[in-house]
Design a protein around this ligand. Structure first.
Ligand SMILES: *Cc1c(COP(=O)(O)O)cnc(C)c1O
Length: 372
């Protein structure tokens, strides 16, 4: 999708906010614990490469992504720090992994065996850097038992083509008030650690929520994702450990303002009819920008005032009910602050019945990300 610069709709990304969030986290970490910035999914919709550079300046020493292509994008952009791919990369792509000097995740014995065959043929001088993933209760990817992990370690260490660089797990409930399931996962992982006679370079368990709310987490590296963008991982359930400053604002402008008499339909399907004489404004953002049709009934901010989205959201535009006339070109805020009022990503998520992670990811590629 072409990025549309010649239109007033923009995602503004505040560098200072990202820096603030990372620096505050690093201050809390033990000295030997590193912060890897998670910039998967285009940096949670904020822009992966630009965010990665900001994170580096703020003190991140490595990166996590979800896919091989995301890792390659960072390398192509000049990032030389360690990059860990968190999801599974098929062994058929291992030459790329080696060429780009990436670290990847191993979650099964079959994968190791297939990888060994591929690596023998590649005959690379550099070893493949592997992080062993342990499934302690997320049920997604990873080895389940200590025996499986021991076996994987032995396999990697016996291989001339592999290096055991990391061991990690992922918590499924670290953002909840009830810590019982987190404890169970943590116990499983620490029990495993106690059984091993040596450990790799990186041992890591913490996403943002674990780093923020579980002092007893294990490891010498954290995978810091959503909180870096200034979003509370728990939504509203847990109080922020320090102020998380939201990095993204979504703004646009009124492109037409008109006064309509009573009885006029607004948008496709005539789902809203003016009950009386009303000022209606048009905003150039729609579902193709990720501003879903479900946003009908939510609101935007114009000069600090909440204005309801009326009628169906179109592909490229939507209409709002204005309290009075405004000039064309007046700023419209869809996420962020506007003259003392604010719409948070959390509020948008609540309107949609989802989490802010999804809202950040749904703002489409058509909307330019402008770094301030
Ligand atoms: C996405 C992800 C993270 C980051 O999670 P946040 O909640 O955004 O901090 C960490 N670890 C793994 C394995 C992930 O998939």
């Amino acid at each position: 999708m072409v990025v549309t610069y010649h239109r007033p709709t923009r995602a503004l990304i505040h560098r200072k906010a990202i820096e603030h969030n990372i620096k505050n986290e690093i201050m809390r970490l033990p000295k030997e614990t590193e912060l890897f910035a998670v910039v998967k999914a285009e940096g949670y919709g904020h822009g992966a490469v630009a965010t990665a550079h900001i994170a580096l300046e703020a003190g991140a020493t490595g990166f996590c992504v979800a896919t091989l292509d995301e890792a390659i994008e960072l390398r192509e952009a000049g990032i030389t720090e360690p990059i860990l791919v968190l999801s599974v990369v098929f062994p058929s792509y291992l030459s790329l992994v080696l060429d780009y000097d990436l670290s990847i995740t191993v979650a099964t014995k079959e994968w190791l065996e297939q990888a060994e065959d591929v690596l023998k043929d590649l005959n690379s001088e550099l070893p493949l850097k592997l992080h062993i993933k342990v499934d302690t209760g997320m049920g997604r990817i990873g080895f389940l038992t200590e025996a499986e992990v021991q076996d994987a370690i032995a396999f990697i260490e016996a291989s001339k083509h592999m290096l055991w660089e990391g061991l990690f797990t992922h918590f499924s409930t670290a953002d909840e008030l009830d810590t019982a399931y987190w404890e169970r996962q943590n116990t499983r992982f620490t029990n495993l650690l106690n059984q091993l006679d040596h450990l790799p370079r990186y041992v890591h368990t913490s996403n943002s929520a674990t780093a923020l709310w579980h002092e007893g987490f294990t490891g010498n590296m954290i995978r810091f994702g959503v909180a870096m963008y200034g979003l509370n991982p728990s939504g509203r359930e847990l109080e922020e450990t320090y102020f998380l400053e939201p990095a993204l604002e979504l703004v646009s402008e009124l492109i037409q303002v008109k006064e309509l008499p009573a009885g006029e339909g607004i948008g496709y399907g005539e789902t809203y009819v003016t009950p009386e004489k009303e000022w209606i404004g048009t905003v150039p953002i729609g579902y193709a920008d990720g501003w879903l049709r479900k946003m009908q009934g939510f609101y935007v901010l114009v000069e600090g005032e909440a204005c309801e989205v009326v009628g169906r959201v179109c592909m490229d535009q939507l209409m709002v009910r204005l309290p009075r006339s405004f000039t064309v070109g007046t700023k419209v805020t869809l996420i962020g602050k506007n003259q003392g009022a604010e719409i948070s990503m959390q509020e948008v998520a609540e309107h949609l019945g989802t989490i802010h992670y999804e809202v950040a990811c749904m703002i489409s590629e058509r909307v330019p990300r402008i770094f301030l």
